[in-house]
Ligand binder design. Structure first.
Ligand code: ZN
Length: 338
C-alpha cells in the first residue's frame, strides 16, 4: 500500500476526499502489526482549512523545543505536512466500529512520513457532536463549578488539532538500534503514541501561547477542557489505545498534583502551574520510552498507571447513571439521503 500512501499525500486540492485501506493496528492485540480496513468520505471546509494552514509550518521549530536531550529530537518532521478541516459524510469498516475518530493523521508508514510527511484531517462536524453531547455534560458533572466557564469548543478543537500535529513530532526510530518505535514497543506502541500526541499537543499549545501565536484564546481553557477530555476518553475502556493512554495520563497528573478532587462534591479542579510542569515531565518520560524502545519500561508504566482507582470508577459511574453517552453513533448512508 506504499504507492497508494504516496499518491494520497499529493491529493491536496480536492474538495471531496476519501480515506480508504488497511490503516490502524489497534485490533491486533497480539503485536499491533496487522491493520484493519476502513474508509471515510469527507468534504473539505476551505475556510477553516485556511486558518489551520500556518501551524504545519511551525513543526520544525516546535520539534527543537521538545523537553528532552538533543538525541531524542534529532529527526526532522516532514515539512510539507498539511492540516485541513472537513465535514464527514460517511464512516465505514474499522472507522465506524467502536470509538469514532474525530481527527486523522495519516499515513502511518514511518518511511512515508519521513519522505513526504503526513496529512492531518480534522473532522469538524463529528467534533462538534462529541463536544455538545458528551464533553459539556461530562464537565457539568465532574469539573468544579467555577472552572466550568473554561470549557470551550475552541479549546476542544485546538487540543484535538494539536494532538494530530504532535503525532508528527518526536522520534520514529529508536536510538539503540531496535528498529522503529512501533516495532520495539509492540502492542504497547499504540497507547503510548496516543499519550504522546495528547501531551505534546498540550505542550505545543503552551509554547505557542507564550510566543503570542494563539491570540484570543485562553490557555486555561485548554487545560480545563483537556481534563474534561481525559474523563471522556477513559470511558472508551482499557481495550482502546486512547482509553489506556488517558487512564495513564490521569494517574500521572494526579501524582503530580495537576488537579485536585473535592471530596464533598466529587468534582475536579485544575492547578494550572502544576499542570504545566506535569505536561513537561510526562512529555519527557514518553519521548524517552520511545527513543529507548523500552518495552519493559512502558509495559510496567501502563500496568501501574492504567488501573482506575475506586474513587475514579465511582465518578465515572455517575456519568453513566446520568445517561451521558460514551460515544456518538452516526445516522448515515442511503437511508438518510433518501
Ligand atoms: Zn492520535
Amino acid at each position: 500500500y506504499q504507492p497508494s500512501d504516496l499518491a494520497w499525500l499529493d491529493m491536496k486540492d480536492n474538495t471531496i476526499d476519501v480515506v480508504i485501506g488497511p490503516i490502524e493496528t489497534y485490533e491486533d492485540q497480539l503485536f499491533g502489526y496487522k491493520a484493519a480496513h476502513e474508509a471515510f468520505v469527507l468534504i473539505k471546509d476551505k475556510e477553516w482549512s485556511g486558518r489551520l494552514a500556518r501551524y504545519a509550518a511551525m513543526l520544525p521549530s516546535l520539534q527543537s523545543e521538545l523537553p528532552v536531550p538533543a538525541a531524542y529530537k534529532r529527526e526532522r518532521p516532514g515539512s510539507d505536512s498539511d492540516l485541513n478541516a472537513y465535514d464527514a459524510v460517511y464512516y465505514a469498516g474499522d472507522a465506524n466500529a467502536g470509538s469514532k475518530t474525530i481527527a486523522i493523521n495519516l499515513p502511518n508508514d514511518e518511511e512515508v512520513q519521513l519522505r513526504k510527511g503526513t496529512r492531518r484531517l480534522q473532522l469538524k462536524n463529528a467534533m462538534r457532536a462529541k463536544f455538545d453531547r458528551i464533553l459539556v455534560p461530562v464537565a457539568g458533572e465532574l469539573i468544579a463549578e467555577d472552572q466550568r466557564s473554561h470549557i470551550s469548543f475552541d479549546a476542544f478543537f485546538s487540543n484535538i488539532m494539536f494532538h494530530e500535529v504532535a503525532h508528527g513530532l518526536g522520534i520514529k526510530k529508536t536510538l539503540g538500534g531496535k528498529g522503529t518505535v512501533r516495532e520495539a514497543l509492540k502492542e504497547q506502541a499504540g497507547a503510548l503514541e496516543e499519550g504522546k500526541a495528547d501531551i505534546l499537543g498540550l505542550f505545543m499549545i503552551t509554547r505557542l501561547h507564550q510566543r503570542g501565536e494563539l491570540k484570543g484564546q485562553e490557555l486555561d481553557d485548554n487545560y480545563v477542557t483537556f481534563l474534561a477530555g481525559i474523563f471522556r476518553s477513559i470511558r472508551f475502556g482499557a481495550s482502546s489505545a486512547h482509553g489506556r493512554a488517558n487512564a495513564a495520563q490521569f494517574s500521572f497528573f494526579q501524582d503530580q498534583g495537576a488537579f485536585t478532587r473535592d471530596s464533598a462534591s466529587g468534582r475536579y479542579r485544575v492547578d494550572f502551574p502544576k499542570m504545566r510542569t506535569a505536561v513537561d515531565a510526562l512529555a519527557g518520560q514518553i519521548l524517552r520510552f520511545q527513543g529507548d524502545g523500552d518495552y519493559e519500561g512502558v509495559t510496567r508504566f501502563m500496568i501501574e498507571r492504567g488501573k482506575l482507582s475506586p474513587v475514579l470508577q465511582q465518578d465515572l459511574a455517575r456519568l453513566g447513571s446520568k445517561n451521558i453517552p460514551v460515544d456518538v453513533v452516526f445516522e448515515q448512508g442511503s437511508e438518510v439521503l433518501k
